[in-house]
Design a protein around this ligand. Sequence first.
Ligand SMILES: O=C(O)c1ccccc1NCC(=O)[C@H](O)[C@H](O)COP(=O)(O)O
Length: 233
Amino acid sequence: MTGNMKLKICGMKYQDNITEVASLQPDYLGFIFHHQSARHFEGTIPQISDTIKKVGVFVDESIDFIKEMFEEHNLDCVQLHGHESPEFCKQLKKLCHSEFISESDDEMLKQVQHDNNVNVIKVFSIKDTFDFSVLEPYEEVCDYFLFDTKGKLPGGNGYTFNWSVLEQYPSTKPYFLSGGIGLDQVENLKQFQESNASKYCYAIDINSKFEIEPGFKNIKLLKEFKQNLSFRT
Ligand SMILES: O=C(O)c1ccccc1NCC(=O)[C@H](O)[C@H](O)COP(=O)(O)O
């Protein structure tokens, strides 16, 4: 079934480019807070539509650093690309824009904090096979899974994995499909969307295949991609 997925554009770096990409109305924009990445984000995120969720991408960072970036950039989601444990995700789930949830008895306060809570996206890298049992301890402590291609780098490797592995997906948790997705994958994506493997595929995540240079996105290619695949609004 086409037209039923959200779109995340990851690895945003430059102010004007962020504004231009945001005008295409993706559902998510990703900012990488990892110094070793060529897409490492510094500075201020310009004002963008409230309908676009801001995702902070982290690799084995401390809770304190994630919390600092979450507040400074008013992030909606935290994407964990390293070896973060289920316990770490559980701690992060408590993150919200007021403060960490206290053991308050005030139901109203709890509700407000709940609405402000971060969405945790835990990343797993796949090549040709994947042991899905590793997902089990994360089921209760994150909101989405993201499946990326295993490569030399923690992310942004620029090539796809064997999506048919996802036919064995044992969970009902919505997931992001990522890794090397470009215009050349449009036909494969349409086929994937028709297959059982995509039943819980919630969003498509794109990055390096739409760049003029690392972090600088090609608007023309992005428009073409959006036109070729209809996304859920
Ligand atoms: O893109 C990076 O440089 C990066 C570095 C470290 C951690 C994560 C990173 N990217 C996160 C993403 O969500 C990418 O969109 C994902 O890895 C797919 O990238 P690509 O293969 O280039 O489409």
